[in-house]
Structure formats: structure tokens, C-alpha cells
Design a protein around this ligand. Structure first.
Ligand code: ADP
Ligand code: MG
Length: 670
């Protein structure tokens, strides 16, 4: 293979590896300074033209401030020229998209900076691996290669040291290893010895010479003529212009490592190539975990915000649901899940209408109906020894205990058998018992009901205390069959008492009952009273309360999210230089975006899990204090998902900010 330099001399003229044509770079002019006035334009590069062939060892020398670093940033595709053309292997890089430029940075170039620019949180080996991560090299392979490079450069025993645990010369050797990680075809070294003592500096120079000898194209920037003299070609720059170029210096005796056009031909594949999704995610998680762990106190504070947010959502929703349930239960105990079917239509001139036991049986078959009880009301005279009382009698079935939510305080309720046998048994309300029996136990005594002897089988517990109506205790209960046939002499019901299961379906059930009975009677000679409707209004109020609790909780979750945004913005600011390093070593915008989004998601994910655990613990201890609470899987999953989403949403803006950082500015930040 011929090198570009000698080829040009021979007149064959394949494109040189790098060609700059009248490159200009100016700062200011358009952008505004801190005082609001436009900054004066500074022309840093004023028409630089040069060409560099594969395998050359070039030194660019010039005084401080002459524009060397600016030139190198342009050469390394870290910065755009203001004017002029930059041809890489004959192709204008102005035509390359961001991914293709990232590919050039990681596959073609290897940067060595004066200030080393290593990622402080990663070990020597991990730093060296960075360019390979972005080109999708499998973990095992890149670890092996990084270790081999570091060992070759004499750092075999320092693989796991952090940059801060290494000397300047060692750090610079790490950065040279990193430059070589993906091949390092073109090494761009900006004052690589500038920060080193003379011995370490000499070592680094020796290394660069060796690499040039081995076929790497080396572009060395220095203000030191002695150092520059070690290169085979010297380009001198002053005030942004080339004033001398010793073109024609010897090209490396080794073979140039790069056939430029073949290399460029692989760009289409390489730019698109990434590691597998899982490898990328794994890498992002690893890096994110590292950073969060190193800043663990700050992470903890952010976590706390999310934990409290998630936990309060869970606890508040649980308490909301718990009290709602409690209210419904309480109302059910007042009989609000009851309905009544009452004979007679709403038209006063219409037919009177009657309801029979058969109608009650019909209603019992309907869906959502759990009890349907014929109810016959009348008045009787009850006598015991020489005391007579006039009291209302309720002829009901054995379902009454459940339908009326009424238990006995003494004795037992009548049964289905009593109902079938027309048994002459009676239950006394509390006030009736007081009138007839005083404070003695009435159970198993006989009383006369309209002169028919009945055995008292029980006394009802006080109802007035819960219903607020003490007349409710001034009644007697007997089996429906006995009451209708033996005492009251009618089977026309006063009403049917209906119990429904689900209150939310009460309206439908009421409608179905009405339709069915109307179908049977061929006339609407009854009315259905739906007390459940009032319960519904009550539960709706309660739901509003739950909603408000939920909103308070959501706000605290939002505050947690803002915490994530805050930590992420700080992280991005703090790690601007790291971002610059990653971009300089070939990270695409999406790699940076993924890295920061992963951090945000990891914080909020961990916060979410801990929040769920904390919320359950708090809820459980509240329940131990008999605060009503009902946990729902939906609320828990919802709170967790919200936490994750707030992390993602609030992490996105800082992450995007990081991904869009200008690499040169990012690198310059401290
Ligand atoms: P060298 O590396 O040769 O010392 P540089 O390329 O770093 O020089 O800088 C050349 C000139 O460009 C300097 O005068 C510097 O002040 C100016 N310069 C560099 N970067 C910027 C910038 N971002 N904005 C304005 N001026 C800049
Ligand atoms: Mg410089």
C-alpha cells in the first residue's frame, strides 16, 4: 500500500486522509455577552489549508493562543469550522450527519488531551473501555482489550484504580490506551506532555513515537519546538494562520494502519451499529448505579421525596377506600340497601292494587336481589296475665332478621318450619316486653294475641337506639303465615321488603322489579321505593373525599418528581465535562440521552419500590390502630407507575440538555 503523501508525489493522487481547505473559525459577533451587547468577533483561525496523509507523524506548533486547540477540535470533528471545507478521505464532512460524525470520533480518531480528560467515577479499565461501549463491542471482549492495552502501556497493576489514584503520567497513559481502544487510526494529541514532569513527558513522547512507527497517523499539538522536532513533519501556526510547513517529511517506516477510502466505506454500517438493546441497557444501568452510589447521600434525599410521594398516595387511597367502605357498611346497617314494593300506584284515582306472597317470590328470583320478604302490618291486642296492650304486629318471614337487620336479645328468631306450620309463636319488641313483663324474661311464656295463645320465643334487641325511632321497639313479630291467616285474616301484603346486593346496581334492579311485576299484573298498581339512591349520593360524597385525598397525594408525588428533575439538572451540570469526554470518544446523542434517562428512571424506580413497601408498612400500622384502610393492587401499581413516569418525564429535560451539549464547551467546563 502506498501512503497518501508519497502517492501525491507520484501523481496517482488518491485523496489524502485529511484535507482542510481555507478553514476559518471565529467566535462572537452574533452571540451576546453578559452585558447584552454582542461580543466582538474574534477570528481564531484565518484560512487554514493543509493535508495530512495516512501514517504521517505531524506536529502542529505555535505559541499559546495561536489557535492550535481550536484547529484540533475541528480536525477531530468536535467543532464545526465557521467557513471552509474539511475533507475526510475526500469526503466533505459537512455532509455527515451527527451519528456519522460520532462514528468518526470513535472509530477514526483517538484523543489525548493535556488535562487527560478521564471520567473520575470510573476505573482506569472502564475509562479505556468507553469508546468500545459506544461501538457495541461485547463486554468480555472490550474488558480483555482494555486490560491488554493498559498492560502494554505499563499499567497492568493499576486496572481498577480511579484516575485520582493515578499519577499524571499514568493518567496520560490511560488516556492514550483509550485513544487506541477502537484502533486509534488517527491520534490527536493536544499538548499531551504539557501537564507532565519531564520524565513522564519523555515516556509519553516515546510512546507516541512508537505508535507513529507502528503506522498510526499522529497529529501532535505543542507549543514546545523541542517536542515538535520529534515529529516527521512540523506545521507552524501563528495567529490562526499556517506560516511554515515542512511538507515532505518522512512518512512512518511502518505501514500506515489505515486505507482511508476502504475505512470510510465501512461508515454506513458502523454509524448505525450499536450493541444489543440488552447490552446497552445493562451498561446504562451499571453506569447509573455507579453514579447514584457515589452520590448516595444526595440520591437518598431524592429517593426520600419519591418514597414519601408514593407511600402517601398508597396510604391516602387506602384510607379513602377504607372509610368509604365503612360508611357504606354503616348505611347498610340502617337498611339503605333495602327497597320496598308498595301496593297502589301514584295515581290517586287509579286502582288500589294488591301484592301477594307470589309477588314476593317473583321478586326473589331477580338478579342482585338477596332477600324478598312479604310484610303484613296490623294491630293486635296482646294480653299477659291482666295487662292488655294495643300494639302493631308485623307478620314477616324468617328472613326478617336479615332484612330488618334485627336480632334477638333473648331467645330465638322463628324459623322456616314455624312459617310452614302456622306456628303460634311471637317475638316481643323491647317496649312491649317492658309493658307486659317488666324486667322479667318473657321467653317461653304464653300471651294472648286477639285471644289466641302464642308462645313468646324471643325478645328483640333495642332498635330505637340505632334507628332513632323508639316506636320501632313497640311492635311484635310473628310468622307471616300465622299472622296473615290466623290473626289478620288477609294475604294482601302491606309491602314487600327487598334486599339488594350491589348498591351501584340498585337503580337497574328497581327497574327490573317494576317491569317484572307490571308484566305479571298487567297494570302498574304498585310502586318501587329505592332507598339505595340516597346511599349512592352519600357514597359519591365519600368518593369526592377519596379523590381529594388522592390529589393531595399526587401533589406530593409531583414534588418528588421535581426532586428528580433537580438532581438530574445538578448531575448534568456537574458532569458536563464527563459528557464532553463521552461525546469526544464517540457517544451519540442517544447514548447520552439513554444514560441520563436511565439514572432518572433508576432513582424513581427504586424510590417507587421503597415507597410501596413504606406505604404498606404505614398502612398496616394504621390498621393496627384501627384506622379503616383498604389497599388495592390498582392503587399500588398506579402509584408505582406514576413514580416511574414522573422520573422519566422530569428526567427527560435534563437528559436532553446533556445530549445536546456542545462537546467543545462541555470539555472545557470544570
Ligand atoms: P492554543 O490552543 O493555540 O493555545 P486556542 O485554540 O485554545 O489556542 O485559542 C485560540 C484563541 O481563540 C484564543 O485567543 C482564545 O481566546 C480564543 N478562543 C478559544 N475558544 C474560544 C471561545 N469559545 N470563545 C471565544 N474565544 C475563544
Ligand atoms: Mg491549546
Amino acid at each position: 500500500m502506498v501512503t497518501a503523501g508519497s502517492a501525491t508525489a507520484a501523481g496517482v493522487s488518491p485523496a489524502p486522509l485529511i484535507e482542510l481547505r481555507d478553514i476559518r473559525k471565529s467566535y462572537g459577533g452574533k452571540t451576546e455577552g453578559p452585558d447584552g451587547k454582542p461580543l466582538p468577533a474574534v477570528d481564531v483561525l484565518r484560512g487554514v489549508s493543509l493535508s495530512i496523509g495516512a501514517g504521517e507523524f505531524v506536529a502542529i506548533v505555535g505559541a499559546s493562543g495561536s489557535g492550535k486547540s481550536t484547529l484540533m477540535h475541528i480536525l477531530g470533528c468536535l467543532d464545526h469550522p465557521s467557513a471552509g471545507h474539511y475533507l475526510f478521505a475526500g469526503q466533505d464532512i459537512a455532509d455527515f450527519n451527527a451519528d456519522e460524525l460520532a462514528w468518526l470520533r470513535r472509530e477514526a480518531f483517538g484523543f489525548v488531551f493535556q488535562g487527560y480528560h478521564l471520567i473520575a467515577t470510573e476505573s482506569a479499565r472502564e475509562n479505556v473501555e468507553v469508546p468500545a461501549i459506544y461501538s457495541g463491542v461485547p463486554v468480555a471482549e472490550r474488558e480483555k482489550r482494555a486490560a491488554a492495552l493498559l498492560t502494554r502501556l505499563g499499567l497492568g497493576d493499576r486496572l481498577d484504580h480511579r484516575p485520582s489514584q493515578l499519577s499524571g503520567g499514568q493518567q496520560q497513559r490511560v488516556s492514550i490506551s483509550r485513544a487506541l481502544m477502537n484502533g486509534g487510526h488517527i491520534l490527536l494529541a493536544d499538548e499531551p506532555t504539557g501537564a507532565l514532569d519531564s520524565r513522564s513527558g519523555a515516556e509519553v513522547m516515546l510512546l507516541l513515537e512508537e505508535l507513529a512507527e507502528a503506522g498510526h497517523t499522529v497529529i501532535l499539538i505543542t507549543h514546545d519546538r523541542e517536542v515538535a522536532a520529534r515529529a516527521h513533519r512540523t506545521i507552524e501556526i501563528r495567529d490562526g494562520q499556517i506560516i511554515a510547513d515542512s511538507t515532505g517529511g518522512p512518512v512512518s517506516s511502518g505501514r500506515a494502519s489505515l486505507d482511508a477510502s476502504t475505512f470510510l466505506a465501512s461508515m454506513a454500517d458502523g454509524a448505525a451499529h450499536t450493541a444489543s438493546w440488552t447490552a446497552d441497557t445493562h451498561e446504562a444501568l451499571r453506569a447509573a448505579w455507579r453514579v447514584l452510589w457515589i452520590n448516595r447521600f444526595r440520591t437518598l434525599l431524592t429517593l426520600l421525596g419519591i418514597i414519601i410521594g408514593v407511600a402517601s398516595v398508597i396510604v391516602m387511597l387506602a384510607i379513602g377506600a377504607g372509610t368509604e367502605h365503612q360508611v357504606i357498611e354503616k348505611m347498610a346497617s340502617f337498611g339503605t340497601n333495602r327497597m320496598y314494593v308498595i301496593p297502589g300506584g301514584d295515581n290517586p284515582r287509579g286502582p288500589g292494587g294488591t301484592l301477594s306472597e307470589a309477588d314476593a317470590d317473583l321478586v326473589r328470583q331477580m338478579p342482585n336481589v338477596t332477600a324478598s320478604m312479604p310484610f303484613l302490618q296490623g294491630n293486635v291486642t296482646v294480653r299477659y296475665s291482666n295487662i292488655d296492650v294495643q300494639v302493631p304486629v308485623w307478620a314477616v318471614t324468617e328472613e326478617a332478621s336479615r332484612v330488618l337487620n334485627w336480632k334477638t336479645s333473648r331467645g330465638i328468631f322463628f324459623t322456616g318450619t314455624d312459617e310452614q306450620d302456622l306456628a303460634t309463636v311471637i317475638l316481643l319488641g323491647k317496649r312491649v316486653r317492658e309493658k307486659l313483663f317488666g324486667n322479667t324474661n318473657p321467653v317461653s311464656h304464653y300471651v294472648l294475641v286477639n285471644n289466641v295463645p302464642f308462645q313468646v320465643i324471643g325478645e328483640l334487641e333495642e332498635k330505637g337506639a340505632t334507628s332513632g325511632d323508639s316506636d320501632d321497639d313497640n311492635v311484635v313479630l310473628m310468622p307471616f303465615s300465622t299472622g296473615s291467616r290466623r290473626i289478620l285474616g288477609t294475604t294482601n301484603l302491606s309491602w314487600i321488603s327487598v334486599l339488594v346486593d350491589r348498591l351501584d346496581l340498585a337503580d337497574q334492579t328497581a327497574q327490573q322489579i317494576a317491569d317484572t311485576l307490571e308484566g305479571n299484573h298487567h297494570i302498574r298498581d304498585f310502586e318501587v321505593f329505592n332507598r339505595a339512591a340516597s346511599v349512592k349520593a352519600q357514597t359519591e360524597t365519600q368518593s369526592t373525599l377519596t379523590l381529594m385525598l388522592g390529589m393531595i397525594a399526587a401533589i406530593s408525588l409531583l414534588v418528588g418528581g421535581i426532586g428528580v428533575m433537580n438532581i438530574m439538572l445538578m448531575t448534568v451540570r456537574e458532569r458536563t465535562r464527563e459528557i464532553g469526554i463521552r461525546i469526544a470518544t464517540g457517544a451519540r446523542q442517544r447514548d447520552i440521552l439513554r444514560q441520563f434517562l436511565t439514572e432518572a428512571t433508576l432513582v424513581s424506580g427504586i424510590g417507587g419500590v421503597l415507597g410501596v413497601v413504606f406505604g404498606l408498612l404505614v398502612g398496616a400500622s394504621l390498621m393496627a390502630w384501627s384506622v379503616p384502610a383498604i389497599f388495592s393492587v390498582r392503587a399500588i401499581l398506579g402509584a408505582f407507575t406514576c413514580a416511574l413516569l414522573t422520573g422519566l418525564i422530569f428526567g427527560f429535560m435534563p437528559a436532553r440538555k446533556a445530549a445536546r451539549l456542545d462537546p467543545v464547551i462541555a470539555l472545557a467546563s470544570e
